[in-house]
Design a protein around this ligand. Structure first.
Ligand code: ZN
Length: 157
């Protein structure tokens, strides 16, 4: 599956739709640091980037994740050690499987209720089915399907 992006899908135009620009962003939460999730981190040298410490360390050691995408001196990371309430209504939840230390976000919105942003932990309808099957098999970490080569190599065996 490849994303089809149009020029108006780039970050700057999408932020402009809600009256913001990149300089207005103070916090960025990376669910994990696979290249398709951290390739834009360089845009945020003035923001706090939030990721799980376990995953950051794994990404540094991973031969297929270029350090230059995320491990840059001008970037400022807040490394988490497990679940944490980040802001009012936003909780980081460790959701390993696709990658060690991947985190999901549980967002509580006043009108919509609670929404789980699972990232690649559940990246397709088939992935959701695998989660359901793993739950039925017992308490273990599911080897979720991955849409990318990096993820296939980081999921547990
Ligand atoms: Zn991934």
């Amino acid at each position: 599956m490849l994303a089809r992006m149009q020029p108006e899908d780039r970050l700057e135009p999408r932020l402009a739709e809600v009256g913001l620009e990149i300089a207005d962003i103070t916090h960025v939460v990376n669910t994990h640091l696979h290249p398709d999730h951290c390739g834009g981190n360089f845009l945020f040298p003035n923001a706090e980037l939030i990721v799980q410490r376990e995953h950051y360390q794994e990404a540094l050691a991973h031969p297929e994740i270029p350090d230059g995408l995320f491990h840059r001196p001008e970037l400022h990371y807040r490394l988490l050690d497990g679940d944490e309430q980040l802001f009012s209504g936003v909780r980081a939840i460790v959701a390993p499987g696709h990658a060690r230390g991947l985190q999901a976000l549980l967002v509580s919105l006043p009108h919509s209720g609670r929404i789980l942003i699972a990232g690649d932990a559940i990246d397709t309808a088939g992935g959701l089915q695998e989660v359901a099957s793993a739950e039925a098999d017992g308490p273990k970490v599911a080897g979720y399907r991955c849409s990318g080569e990096v993820g296939r190599q980081t999921r547990p065996s």
